[in-house]
Design a binder for this molecule. Structure first.
Ligand SMILES: NC(=O)c1ccc[n+]([C@@H]2O[C@H](COP(=O)([O-])OP(=O)(O)OC[C@H]3O[C@@H](n4cnc5c(N)ncnc54)[C@H](O)[C@@H]3O)[C@@H](O)[C@H]2O)c1
Length: 331
């Protein structure tokens, strides 16, 4: 059976996508340099190659002698603040890595890719909910690298007939039985709140409690990792089949069409864990939009994808995984 190459498949999202690909009868082959990922996160049954997308000679052989039908490209560096401090590294990794990958795919006649993009391409959105027709104006280098990635796919499709889908994730959260969230450093809200619950942080810093939102804190759209992974399987199947359901601009938001404030997340974690979460207010951070809520109607219409899990399931699953792995994959 032809394999599906999953770059970044030892990371948070890639490991769950790999798990679901196996469940759907695909044969995933994980490629990861383990800079952020964990061997223990790679689903049993998946192939694994440790390789770096920055080293084209080292990973060109990945395609040689193998039957790879498509690539799901998740490998990237993705900490917004780091991207502001080290923009060249971000362009080299995220844009350079994609170019190396596309070169190798073209040489091996692999013509289908699903690309991890982000809501950061919208910057401060002009309206809520955010549709794919909203202006794209990233306000940090991370968002710019992902927007450039989308443009590169548009141009490669026009020149080489590449078939592609780009998925713009909003805030991915939650866990499967096997795989959970363990970034270093952890910048995402739900795992940070759980670290407070576990006594690994003294309190939660809330950056901005004076926004024009009902409780003054920022509102974000959280999507369960399993819903997100299901969207990847649908997108992969559509791109493999060159499905006529794919629109000319195959770029899709992945969110829940529903936002929660930082305070609402804290309240949900307190309810699920039965433990208090002390919070300390800090000034706003530059470039944090007050609200970021997706419209996922485009992918619902094109591919029939709809999220099936809400905030409670996200927090329950993240808490269950964290209790089994209090120190992430290290323990
Ligand atoms: N987590 C989110 O909420 C979120 C939101 C929007 C977009 N995204 C995007 O989703 C993708 C996955 O995010 P994640 O949260 O799973 O991050 P992650 O850091 O857990 O996973 C990324 C993986 O890529 C690997 N990697 C990085 N550079 C590499 C390289 N040069 N060669 C080979 N492997 C490399 C890392 O070791 C890691 O395993 C990224 O592209 C990210 O930008 C994530």
């Amino acid at each position: 059976m032809a394999e599906v190459l999953v770059t970044g498949g030892a990371g948070y999202i890639g490991s769950s996508v790999t798990e679901l690909l196996l469940a759907h009868g695909h044969a995933p082959l994980v490629l990861d340099n383990l800079s952020q990922g964990h061997c223990a996160a790679i689903a049993p049954g998946a192939g694994f190659l440790q390789a770096d997308l920055q080293d084209p000679d080292a990973f060109a052989h990945v395609f040689a002698g193998r039957k790879i039908a498509a690539v799901i490209h998740l490998a990237a560096v993705s900490v917004v603040g780091d991207s502001v401090r080290q923009p060249l590294r971000y362009y080299r990794q995220n844009v350079g890595g994609l170019l190396n990958l596309l070169d190798a795919m073209r040489d091996a006649s692999v013509g289908a890719i699903v690309f991890s993009s982000t809501a950061s391409v919208y910057g401060i959105p002009e309206k809520i909910p955010v549709t794919e027709r909203c202006a794209v104006r990233p306000i940090n280098p991370y968002g710019s690298t992902k927007l450039l990635g989308e443009q590169i796919l548009v141009d490669a499709a026009a020149a080489d007939g590449l078939r592609w889908v780009a998925l713009r994730y909003f805030n991915v959260a939650g866990a499967t039985e096997l795989c959970g969230e363990a970034h270093h450093p952890e910048t995402h809200l739900i795992p940070r709140v759980l670290e407070v619950v576990l006594g690994q942080r003294p309190h939660l810093e809330i950056y901005g409690a004076d926004y024009a939102t009902p409780d003054g804190t920022c509102i974000r759209d959280y999507i369960h990792i399993l819903d997100l992974a299901e969207a990847h399987v649908l997108a992969l199947d559509a791109v493999l089949a060159a499905s006529p359901a794919l629109p000319a601009a195959p770029i899709f938001n992945l969110g829940n069409n529903r936002g929660y404030s930082v305070r609402e997340i804290v309240a949900c974690v307190e309810k699920v864990t039965g433990r208090p979460v002390p919070c300390v207010n800090h000034p706003r951070r530059n470039g944090d939009p007050p609200q970021l809520v997706a419209s996922h109607d485009k992918i619902a219409d094109a591919l029939g994808w709809r999220p099936r899990r809400g905030l409670d399931e996200i927090v329950v699953s993240a808490w269950a995984w964290r209790q089994r792995h209090p120190r992430g994959y290290e323990g």
